[in-house]
Every structure is written in C-alpha cells, then in structure tokens.
Design a protein around this ligand. Structure first.
Ligand SMILES: Nc1ncnc2c1ncn2[C@@H]1O[C@H](COP(=O)(O)OP(=O)(O)OP(=O)(O)O)[C@@H](O)[C@H]1O
Ligand SMILES: [Mg+2]
Length: 376
C-alpha cells in the first residue's frame, strides 16, 4: 500500500512541500557559483532541499551538480575515495564513460573499479601507495576544476554531513588543504551542509579557521504551521480520506512543526483513519509514537547525570534565565558556573539547539513531551 507521507527518507515530488525561498536562493547561488553552507538540526530537510535543487538543474546542460555524502567517511582517505567517485559519476551517464574517465583523470593513482551488486553500483578504490602519496590528494581535489576546463561546463559540488571532517586525524590541516584548492576554482562552487550547528559555526564563522567566510550561510527553518495544514489536508484528500484543518493544526502543534515528526504523526494518523480523521485520532497516534520511543528516551536518560537531566527539564519548561537564583534552586542545577558546561554537553549530544538570540530549545519535540509528561 502506498502511504501518503514519508519520513526517514528524502522527501521529493508530492512529498516535498514549502521551501520556496530557500529553493530560489539555492538556485540563484548555484547558477552564480556562490559557495553556500546550509545548517539545521537533524531531520529538518537539508538533504531533501538540496535534492530538489539538483532536480531543478537536471536538464541544464551547462552546469553539473555532484552530491557526496560523507556520513560514512571516517578518514581522509575514505573522503577522497568517495569524493573522486561522486565527481566522476556526476559527469558520466553510462558505465563505460565512468571507467574511461577514471582512467583518464586518475590513471596515475592505480584505480580499480569493482561492481558491488547487480544494480551496477560500483566501488572505486586506489592503489596501495595511495595513502603515502600526498600528491595524489591534490589531484583529486583538483578534479572538479580540471573536468570543468575539459568540458566547458560549470560544476556545483554538494557535500552532505560536512561536519564529519572534524573527526579526521588532523582536521584543521585538512580544512586548510581543501580551502587552498577550492578558492582557486573559478568554474566550481561548493555547497556544504550538515546538522551540528556548533561544529559548523566553528568551521565557518571562526576567524581563526581556514573556512572563515567561505560562503553564504543559510540556517534552514522548520516548515510553518500553515504550510503543514495545507500539505496534510491535500495528502489526505488525494488518498481518498479527509481531515479537518483543526486536526492538521494539532499534528503540527504536537510536533512543533518538526518536518520528520510532522510527517510521521500524519502517517500514523492516516493509518488509523477509515474515512474522516479528527483530533482524537491524532492524539491517539501521538501517544503511540511516544510509547514507541519511550524505551529509547529511557536509555538516553541513563547516560546523563542528574544535573544534566534537570537542565533538560528546565529547557523543556521554557526557562530562559538559567543563572537566576530561583531557577538554579528550583531545578537543582548547582551554581551558575555549571550552566555553561551543561549547555555544552547537551549541545554536543545533539539534545538542544541554541538559536540566534540565545534561545534554547530541545531538538526532539517527542522527547520534550516525554520528559514533561511521562518521565517527570
Ligand atoms: N520540504 C519538505 N516537505 C515535507 N517533508 C519534509 C521536507 N523536508 C524534510 N521533510 C521531512 O523530514 C524528513 C527528513 O528530511 P531530510 O532527510 O531531508 O533531513 P536532513 O536535515 O537531511 O536530516 P539529517 O540531518 O538526518 O541528514 C523527511 O523524511 C521528511 O519526512
Ligand atoms: Mg541529511
């Protein structure tokens, strides 16, 4: 059965909603070869957004978009292999062309290409001395510009989960190397995105770092309540069921407009609806989701100290002035000197997001509900 909502995978076609301004801006940036950085907490729609922009350029012969996901690249070497692979793939449409361009552009690196499954996905690896021969890295980093000169096309290289480069052995030296190459590329621009706001801001907004002021920074927003209401109602209608605007609003409110969770709750509501949905069904579906996630949340709580838990509780309650005496006493947070550290730990664990203006929010709206109504 085809269900009308998606979560946990890319939202595209009729599953993709809103983001008009962001799409317009990215299309403009890509066309003008402006480097762009996209930051948002997890599951807000970065990958889906970039995917949508890539679709826009599909028929454009003068510009090629290349997407590299470095989520699984734990070392610099893995980065280069994934990078070279993605760039050559974006510039070739058939298998034979791919092999030919591996030979043409990277022949010196003793590449080998192996088919990994029947779907003709392949793995590109390099010869044994790849790791020792630092010069080969330069060759790979130059690849986009070299191909552009060769083909007369422009290229946009999109790198997903960019914050992962922080885990490599010498992250700053690595960033310096990337920047040194990339800033000389006149026919290529780079779109870098990821979810660890603090890490990414440190990379792009810190004067002492190589990528300081590398490009436009875009902070992705959640999708607005009104957009969700329209979207959810339409998706119900198109599948032969109906739902009131109030019930759609309840879905968006319970999930605080969080894209992934709003789609999940819509789906669970839809599955429980025969013909016509209402807020009672929405509430039941919500309780089910909370129930399903409870064990995960309980495990998470086990990894935290009592003060860290109290801090999250205060964030869930909407506290803003953490160093006031009243708050410190009410939530047993110790002295105000602790607050900085509590914020840091919660940020690093991806539990909270510190928004512009120093407003703090729990990233996960279901966890927030669970803390307030079940754990407490
Ligand atoms: N424009 C959109 N319209 C509708 N739903 C969306 C949209 N963008 C994202 N979503 C919902 O959010 C989910 C997560 O989207 P996506 O994977 O693009 O986010 P992400 O920010 O790349 O996440 P991660 O940080 O985990 O990589 C999607 O599966 C979908 O349910
Ligand atoms: Mg993503």
């Amino acid at each position: 059965m085809n269900t009308p909502f998606v979560y946990g995978r890319i939202a595209d076609k009729e599953n993709f909603t809103d983001r008009k301004e962001e799409l317009e801006m990215l299309i403009q940036n890509f066309s003008g070869l402006v480097n762009t950085i996209i930051i948002s907490p997890r599951r807000w729609g970065k990958t889906s957004l970039v995917n949508q922009v890539v679709k826009h350029f599909e028929t454009n012969k003068s510009i090629r978009i290349c997407q590299v996901d470095i989520f699984n690249c734990r070392t610099e070497e893995q980065f280069y292999q994934a990078y070279a692979h993605a760039i050559l793939k974006a510039n070739t449409s058939v298998w034979d062309d791919f092999i030919a361009s591996v030979r043409k552009y990277l022949g010196k690196l003793l590449p080998s290409v192996t088919l990994t499954d029947a779907a003709q996905t392949c793995e590109l690896t390099f010869g044994l001395n790849f790791k020792e021969n630092v010069l080969t890295y330069d060759e790979i980093l130059e690849l986009p510009q070299v191909i552009c000169k060769d083909t007369g096309r422009k290229m946009v290289v999109c790198i997903d989960e960019f914050q992962n480069i922080h885990e490599y052995d010498t992250p700053i030296a690595f960033q310096r190397k990337l920047r040194a190459h990339w800033q000389r590329h006149s026919d290529v621009c780079y779109c870098l995105y990821g979810s660890k706001r603090h890490m990414l801001l440190d990379i792009f907004n810190n004067y002492d770092m190589p990528f300081y002021k590398f490009g436009n920074i875009m902070f992705l927003h959640k999708i607005e309540r009104e957009e969700w209401i329209k979207f959810i109602q339409t998706r119900f209608q198109e599948s032969g069921k109906s739902i009131s605007p109030e019930a759609c609003g309840t879905i968006a409110d319970l999930m605080k407009n969080h894209p992934y969770y709003t789609q999940q709750l819509s789906q669970q509501t839809w599955l429980r609806t025969d013909y016509e949905s209402n807020t009672d069904i929405v509430n039941l579906a919500f309780q089910d989701i909370v129930g399903q996630l409870s064990l995960l949340f309980a495990n998470l709580i086990d990894t935290l100290t009592p003060k860290q838990i109290n801090f999250l509780m205060a964030v869930a309650d909407g506290v803003t002035n953490f160093s006031s005496k009243e708050v410190l006493t009410k939530y047993q947070l110790g002295t105000s000197a602790n607050i900085k550290n509590l914020k840091k730990v919660a940020t690093e664990k991806d539990l909270i997001d510190i928004l512009p203006g120093n407003k703090i929010e729990l990233q996960d709206p279901v966890f927030e509900y669970w803390l307030k109504h079940i754990y407490r």
